[in-house]
Design a protein around this ligand. Structure first.
Ligand code: C5P
Ligand code: C5P
Ligand code: C5P
Ligand code: ZN
Length: 468
């Protein structure tokens, strides 16, 4: 890994030199937590370097978006958390570009930072924000931006594969620890330790799913009562961070016992505890203190057309932008809950190698992927990839989510989405474990059938290579 990061830093140095030849930069990034933190990192670095800069956030870097960007005749465009899949299209439009991304590359470009090009895996060893952090470090003194790189990696769920951040991500984490910006430790992995009442952590637990507790507020409250945990103090709900160590231990061992009794396999129970990342310079009890809560706060802005608010939070605004982001977060949470209820009520259709649900226009296409990922906890068969359809302007948005186990068995959702969407006249890509596409309005059934077949082929291919 040290060799890979040295090469990466060298390439980052070249890209930084390229940027320094210009006065003004247009930053184009992705509308999710990793995209926002990437933009936050590069914009801060540009500001510190006295560059002029403008920003644009896109759902997808398609040809139409590139046409618009090309028409604007920017001196230099820096693409972060996207671009790698569009190298040829960027070149053919004559856009003067630097790319800092981690999605599967298609084509080549001179100033191009991407872990896949240097022998690291972009789905768990480096995120868009991590790549952009290395670029910013080559541009100037920007090591204090490492927390944003970690938040982006967590937003893309890069810690799940190894149970902790790995690869180049880990090196960035260590820099953050050395700088006194970040702490990592083993703790409860449930979402909301900084900001939510304790029972909510259980109520919304999706990984692991807690049968009899997940989704049932009263049951969660009773469970904590049975452990003699005090709920409130000074008329405030107590949060995980308000508990004494002994109380935390009581809850954790109570949960382990509960899960064992419910017959949950031990590898899943063990996921209750894992490495968590604390941003030490942020105020306790705020979303920004916890990498996972921070990333969700950012998703709540960008995925609802308010990337400007998330970017401002990334760049340090802890007043107006933060207040606005919190309002959006409340709505986002409600939408996630509603989305899960929709999937539960309408069910999923199982084919041989995939399962899918069609959200129509009931779930916003920018969050349908998140809901596809979270619904793994409510579907019957967790061994099939989950595919979600949602209406989008002029077509259908598809999101696909898999599991580590499926990847081990040969599934690559990025390849599948890219090939099969092209066959029906659409376009797609992403990562092995999480991918997306846009397809024409009338192509849903055909797409599902073909994808089912293609993923079957991926599984068979793997079995055959094992036999041979
Ligand atoms: O653009 P993009 O890189 O955002 O995609 C990352 C997506 O992949 C996120 O929505 C994340 O939730 C998903 N993912 C996942 N499980 C993983 C890794 C990533 O669902 N193990
Ligand atoms: O885009 P991706 O699939 O990563 O998004 C999943 C998001 O949902 C994560 O940011 C995660 O923190 C959030 N989440 C949540 N409440 C839960 C579980 C996950 O807001 N109970
Ligand atoms: O939108 P969703 O969260 O499902 O996206 C999952 C992954 O697929 C992301 O990495 C996203 O960038 C990628 N994707 C893509 N082409 C699309 C849609 C999504 O490469 N048309
Ligand atoms: Zn990303």
């Amino acid at each position: 890994m040290t060799e890979i990061i040295e090469t990466y830093r060298k390439e980052a140095g070249k890209c930084a030199e390229k940027i320094k030849k210009h006065r003004s930069v247009h930053v184009v990034s992705h509308i999710d937590a990793d995209g926002l933190t990437s933009a936050g990192i590069i914009c801060t670095a540009l500001e510190r370097g006295n560059f002029e800069y403008t920003t644009r956030f896109v759902k997808q870097l398609d040809e139409k978006a590139l046409d618009t960007i090309a028409d604007e005749n920017h001196e230099l465009v820096v693409f972060t958390d996207l671009g790698s899949g569009m190298c040829e299209h960027i070149k053919s439009r004559g856009i003067n570009a630097v790319i800092s991304d981690h999605h599967q590359p298609q084509g080549t470009l001179e100033f191009h930072l991407n872990p896949h090009l240097f022998g690291a895996n972009g789905s768990y060893e480096l995120s868009g924000s991590g790549s952009t952090y290395l670029l910013a470090s080559a541009l100037g003194k920007n090591r204090d931006l490492s927390p944003l790189a970690i938040v982006g990696a967590i937003g893309d769920m890069q810690h799940l594969k190894m149970g902790q951040l790995a690869g180049i991500n880990r090196i960035i984490l260590e820099e953050g620890v050395k700088g006194g910006d970040i702490e990592f430790k083993k703790d409860l992995t449930l979402f909301g330790k900084q900001t939510r009442p304790i029972y909510k952590l259980l109520q919304y637990s999706s990984d692991p799913y807690l049968p009899g507790l997940t989704g049932d507020e009263e049951a969660c409250i009773n469970f904590l009562h049975s452990l003699n945990i005090r709920f409130s103090q000074d008329e405030r709900w107590r949060r995980w961070i308000d508990l004494e160590i002994s109380e935390k231990q009581k809850i954790i061992s109570g949960l382990f016992q509960y899960c064992l009794k419910s017959g949950i396999p031990s590898y899943r129970i063990e996921r209750l505890i894992g490495e968590v990342y604390v941003l030490l310079k942020e105020r306790e009890g705020t979303e920004m203190r916890d990498a996972s809560e921070f990333s969700t706060l950012l998703n709540a802005t960008a995925r609802y057309d308010h990337a400007d608010i998330g970017l401002a939070v990334c760049m340090g605004d802890r007043e107006n932008a933060y207040e606005d982001a919190r309002k959006l977060l409340a709505e986002h949470r409600q939408n996630l809950v509603n989305g899960l209820v929709y999937v539960k009520e309408n069910g999923v259709t199982q084919l041989e190698n995939i399962q899918y649900f069609d959200a129509g226009s009931q779930i916003k296409e920018t969050i349908v992927g998140i809901i596809a990922g979270m619904s793994s906890t409510i579907v019957e068969n967790r061994n099939l990839p989950i595919i979600a359809f949602a209406k989008t302007e002029g077509g259908i948005k598809v999101s696909a989510r898999g599991t580590q186990d499926l990847i081990r068995r040969g599934v690559n959702l990025s390849e599948a989405m890219s090939v099969v969407s092209a066959e029906v006249g659409g376009a797609g890509g992403g990562h092995d474990i999480a991918a997306g596409a846009t397809i024409p309005e009338n192509a849903k059934e055909e797409f599902a059938r073909k994808l089912d077949f293609f993923i079957g082929e991926q599984l068979r291919r793997k079995v055959n290579t094992r036999v041979n």
